[in-house]
Design a protein around this ligand. Structure first.
Ligand code: 1GP
Length: 248
């Protein structure tokens, strides 16, 4: 089954899906694989692997090792066209549509597309929206774009609808890794009511209760990154999974 169809099925059956982000710059290969296995065993629906920068020199090997050890989908979430691997199941084929930096709107995609085709990795076209989150994030700095003001839901709505009309399959509302404030519930709610494609929400979600509030506001998929890298445990992963799947 295509990974996008799997994600749709998760959303239909569980109410919302739990995606865990593993960053090879924050966890070395063996530790990252260990967290990946914990995630797969405790209710995470799919893994995202990627980084806003990438210092790690063994990206491909990390993806291969994770893929060998888990049976949930491994999806690339690349900060750039240097983060590709033939071992992944799919890739969020992102366009940073909240910004006006041509490199992240179409430049990197042109570089990556032929390799993704050769690798046979499923591309999932995704409109990526950075939402202002209380302090500058790596995504904001590295992309050289301005995030959408958190109190201006109509700007986010217009961007998300443009993503839908451009044929994108997902919208990612991103506060940025380590965000001080996650994407506001009010903004999620307005975007959810306005577009029909699924919403991924991530950045700064460090508490299962907050994850469940985002789902109640309309998030179809929740991403956690930092919190699992800092104090991930089977118990905490299960708590997040239960909070996110509660409406299924
Ligand atoms: C970042 O949305 C993800 O791209 C996850 O953010 O690391 O803050 O959970 P955190």
């Amino acid at each position: 089954m295509p990974i996008f169809d799997y994600l749709q099925r998760v959303r239909a059956e569980k109410g919302a899906g739990y995606l865990a982000l593993l960053d090879p710059d924050k966890l070395a290969g063996p530790a990252l694989t260990q967290v990946a296995v914990q995630c797969a065993e405790n209710g995470v629906d799919a893994l995202l692997i990627g980084s806003s920068l990438l210092f790690s020199t063994d990206f491909d090997e990390v993806v291969r090792s994770v893929k060998q050890r888990v049976d949930i989908p491994v999806i690339l979430f690349p900060g750039g066209s240097n983060q590709l691997s033939r071992h992944a199941d799919a890739i969020l084929f992102l366009s940073l549509i909240s910004g006006r930096n041509p490199h992240h709107l179409i430049g990197d995609q042109v570089r990556a597309a032929p390799l993704i085709k050769q690798f046979g990795v499923e591309p999932i076209p995704t409109g990526y929206l950075l939402i202002e989150s209380g302090r500058m994030t790596s995504a904001e700095f590295m992309s050289d774009t301005r995030p959408i003001p958190r109190k201006k839901p109509m700007i986010a709505m217009a961007h998300a609808l443009a993503a839908e009309y451009l044929g994108m399959k997902l919208v990612f509302l991103e506060a940025g890794s380590g965000a001080r404030f996650p994407v506001p519930d009010a903004l999620i709610r307005r975007v959810r009511e306005y577009v029909s494609i699924p919403l991924i929400v991530g950045g700064g979600i460090r508490d299962p209760r907050v994850a469940s509030e985002k789902v109640a506001a309309g998030a179809d998929f929740i991403v956690t990154g930092n919190i699992l890298e800092e104090r991930g445990s089977p118990g905490l992963i299960r708590e997040f999974a239960a909070a996110i799947h509660a409406r299924g």
